[in-house]
Design a protein around this ligand. Structure first.
Ligand code: ATP
Ligand code: MG
Ligand code: FE
Length: 343
């Protein structure tokens, strides 16, 4: 069975084709991605209306590219999946509209996928896929959650951020340091030349004893330090601040992941979402988990941020496990706000 998947929840248009058999991990046949980062950079963040319009421009050429790479015709697709939510309403409507109308024309069913389920299952696209059950650390631009995952479709929320997400903490701190949007990767690069002990930044909720997070206070602490540095800070001071900020976020993420692992007794951690690409986070998690006999799985680096492959993959795994509520008939809705544990 072949699943075509569309991702358009924010500022990446992704299309991918996945093959799913009754048994074994589904495999990626082809994928194409267009990031709108360059377009939004001038505004310092995502402009929703521009995002929707650009998805419209990109989605069909990307689909043709995927089919050409796969050497397949649209008629050879069995199910069309799309991101139903959460995300920007207008952006979601583009992917959903294209998926549902294409499926109606072909007489094929559609499947609306939860964007976070896509992130969560993206490590199954790697050469070394995890096994169930596991603890998942989902760290993206809009979410920071720890979950217990027993199987496809069984997502128990253990804790989440009460304010900003980890990706947001990276992006907002980076913005204060004058770095381009999205700041996470830029801050991480700047941090390579910095001393992470140079600034004493808070580790919010580190000792709360629960797997929950708060990052809004960190951003305020970074702002305070920036103000102290004055109008023209030395490059080294900024590198030190970047390293200290990253160290604070990473320490909290590692500590809370270990807490969730310990409380569950599970020995497997799956990291997903854009911040999962962060080298410092990977290094610290690998070190802490190796010491405790815990295996850590990550998505491939290029699949940490939004892409179509993870949406097609989540749909494929839902189909394979008999949990896909396929739809037919041309009607659809999107869910800009949607809790994964209720999906
Ligand atoms: P959500 O999935 O919650 O709706 P999103 O789709 O915008 O949000 P992702 O695409 O998963 O989020 O990830 C984007 C985030 O990941 C941004 O905040 C970005 O700065 C961050 N990010 C990407 N690479 C890195 C990195 N190397 N270090 C730190 N942060 C990073
Ligand atoms: Mg993005
Ligand atoms: Fe995302």
């Amino acid at each position: 069975m072949r699943v075509l998947g569309f991702e358009s929840s924010c500022d990446e248009t992704g299309v991918a084709l996945v093959d799913v058999q009754p048994q074994g991990t589904p495999t990626l046949i082809a994928q194409a991605l267009h990031s709108q980062i360059d377009m939004h950079q001038a505004y310092g963040g995502v402009v929703p209306e521009l995002a929707s319009r650009d998805h419209i421009r990109r989605v069909l050429p990307l689909t043709r590219q995927v089919l050409a790479e796969a050497g397949m015709a649209l008629s050879e697709i069995d199910v069309i999946a799309y991101t139903r939510g959460p995300g920007l309403a207008g952006a979601l409507l583009v992917g959903a509209g294209v998926a549902v109308s294409m499926a109606a024309a072909l007489g094929k069913p559609t499947l609306g996928v939860h964007h976070l389920e896509g992130h969560l299952l993206s490590p199954f696209l790697s050469a070394d896929p995890p096994e169930f059950p596991f603890i998942a650390l989902l760290v993206s631009g809009g979410h920071t959650q720890l979950m217990r995952v027993d199987q496809v479709g069984s997502y128990e929320m253990l804790g989440e951020t009460i304010d900003d997400a980890a990706g947001e903490a990276f992006d907002k701190s980076a913005k204060l340091m004058g770095l381009p949007y999205p700041g996470g990767p830029h801050l991480s690069r700047l941090a390579q030349d910095g001393d992470e002990r140079a600034f004493d930044l808070p580790r919010p909720m580190l000792r709360s004893g629960k797997p929950d997070f708060s990052f809004a206070g960190l951003k305020t602490a970074v702002l305070t330090q920036i103000k102290k540095l004055g109008d023209s800070p030395e490059p080294q001071q900024l590198a030190d601040l970047a390293a200290s900020t990253q160290a604070s976020i990473v320490e909290v993420l590692v500590h809370k992941s270990l807490l969730a692992l310990k409380e569950s007794g599970l020995k497997r951690l799956v990291v997903a979402g854009g911040v999962g690409a962060n080298a410092k986070l990977r290094e610290q998690l690998n070190k802490a988990c190796a010491k405790r006999g815990i295996r850590v799985h990550y998505p491939e680096l290029h699949l940490c941020t939004d892409n179509g492959a993870m949406i097609a993959m989540a749909a494929a795994m839902r189909l394979q496990s008999g949990q896909a509520q396929l739809e037919q008939g041309g009607a659809f809705d999107v869910k800009p706000r949607w809790d994964l544990s209720l999906s």
